[in-house]
Structures are given as C-alpha cells and as structure tokens.
Design a protein. Sequence first.
Length: 258
Amino acid sequence: MKTYIVGNWKMNFTVGESSLYLHKLLAKVHAARGLEVVVAPSTMALQTLSLQTDRRKIKLGAQNFYHQDFGAYTGEVSIAQIRSLVDYAIVGHSERRYVFRETDKDIKLKVAAAIRGGLTPILCVGETESERTFGETADVLRDQVLGGLMDVAKEDLTKVIIAYEPVWAISGHGSVKVATPLDVKEALTLIRKTLYETYGKKALEVPILFGGSVKSLNAESYLSIPGCNGLLIGGASLIAPEFLDIIEIAKRVKNERE
Ligand code: PGA
C-alpha cells in the first residue's frame, strides 16, 4: 500500500503565498514510488496551484466542498467545480465538525459526492478530549467511520482514505497534548477492525492515516506503527523544512519496511 503525506494548510496563505510555497516544495520533492504527497490549500488557490503543480510529485486536495453539484447554495463550492483541480478531498475534519457543526449526515453525503466525482475522500474521524475521558473513544470512532461510509457501496470502499485525528491532539486547537504511538496504534486497530467486521477483506486495502501535532521530530514514531499508512499534517505542513523532512522520513521508513 502507498504511504500518504498530506499537508492541510487550513485557512493560511494568500494565493500568492501558496504559489510561492508550492514552488519551493516542487524544487525539493522528487517523485518516489509508493509515496503520495498531497497538499490542501485554500479553495481560492486551487486553480493557480493546479496549473503550477507537477502531479507526479505533489497532488492537490480540497479542504471542503458541498455535496450538491450546482444550485442555489450561496457561498459553497462543489465537487463538479473543483474536480479538475484536485485528486483528493478532505471530509469531516474536526474543524468542520465542531466549528461549522457538520454532522455525520453532512459528512456521508460529502464522502459519496467525492467518490461520485472521481476524487478520493480523506474521511477524518477522532474523539474529543471529553469523549476520551468518558471512555467513549471506541464508540465515537465506530460511529464516525460507519456513519461517514454509509452511502459508499462496498465495491467503492477502497476509493476512501481514513484519517484518525484525535481532536485533543490537534495543535491548531491550542492543544498541548500529543498522542503516543500506542494511543494511535490502538485507535488504528479499532478502525481497521470496524472496517473488517463490516466490509470483510476489502478493509485491508483502505489506507488509514494519523494526524494531530505531527512534526519531523515525531513523524517516524507514527509512521513506524504497523497499519499506519501515512500522515495528515496541519501546522508543520506550513513550514517548508519541516514538511520536506517529514516526506524524507516517510520515504526512509517505507524503504526500511520493504
Ligand atoms: P496539526 O493539525 O498537525 O496542526 O495538529 C492536524 C489537522 O488538523 O489535520
């Protein structure tokens, strides 16, 4: 299975800054077999960056979209409008769930819309700090995984990527907590088990990533977890040397594994 290194730039960088940053990355990133590097800039920058990028080295992802293709949905952008610009689409990020109140119903519609439009959805799931404290992690992960995939046909399961992002470990939320590799291993195992019980063997082909305060210093410890197929990176993806280091670490860990 491929290893995925995905940078989520969130609401950072102007179009000009995004373009300059991508230029820097393209000069340093070399295409590597089995390694997929993706960046998700603001929707505003997608057009410019899609003309600029070399998709063999760096692919683009959308941070958000609406599930309908066209219509009276003020302020929204659809898969039909962005599908020629991106290969991936992040869905159900905790900021969408908790700041913008997206529900599992919104999220399942988006996952299905992304697949219909030929994009790979990256479905984010993860428990909050209080859910973890109350011992609800397993239930939350199960509900979010199965809820998000509800409208996905069994044969389309392998078109989905799942990202485990414990909300309490996301740096942008002011969190000082960092998930240990053991925390992550347990959650990834739970997610894989949930998929296996529902979809059978196909579950083994679904990439599962980890995200939450990933930096070059801890990237290796997460990438070395069996069953971890890559990383979704927020803050550290905004700093070129950090992001480039993480890509190099992913290459090394992958080579060592094979
Ligand atoms: P972080 O964000 O790496 O800044 O913790 C991860 C994410 O929100 O995807």
